[in-house]
Design a binder for this molecule. Sequence first.
Ligand SMILES: [Zn+2]
Length: 169
Amino acid sequence: MEENTISAEKACSFCKEVMESPESIFCNHCGHPENGTDQQRAQYFAKRAIQKNKNIDAKSKIKSARNTLFILAGVIAIFGFVGYNSHGQVLILGIDLFLSIIYLTLGFWSEKKPMMALLMGLLLYITTFSILALVEPMTLVRGIIWKILIISYLGKGLYSASSIKNQVN
Ligand SMILES: [Zn+2]
């Protein structure tokens, strides 16, 4: 009886883990069709390759979104200082520096928690320019292309971060 179970033990040829049931088609660790057909094996490797490409793509989108946060932090700080120099707007400089620090923090935080950081960055961006638009409606159309670009970069990064997260779960 004992000998039987030992001889029946089989390791997956792909991940080298011992399979729970040696007769089952798919490895319970990596999903490799150990006892499957050549076609199943080909499909398995094709799927893996596609998934890998998707992950590389998702990571580059998250990186673009992170850079967007850093650029926002820099641009807002510069605008604050320019406004302060030309009009002496201390309050606006203070608000701009505060926002700049938040974007900078979110940028660094997005290394660890990309989904949360990018979501907060996007919400903060939309909130601040909505408030600005209420105070001064002309700001809504000013630099509209930049606004669309920023939102799309942050949005794509957020979507990619959520797709990677779902995959892990
Ligand atoms: Zn395996």
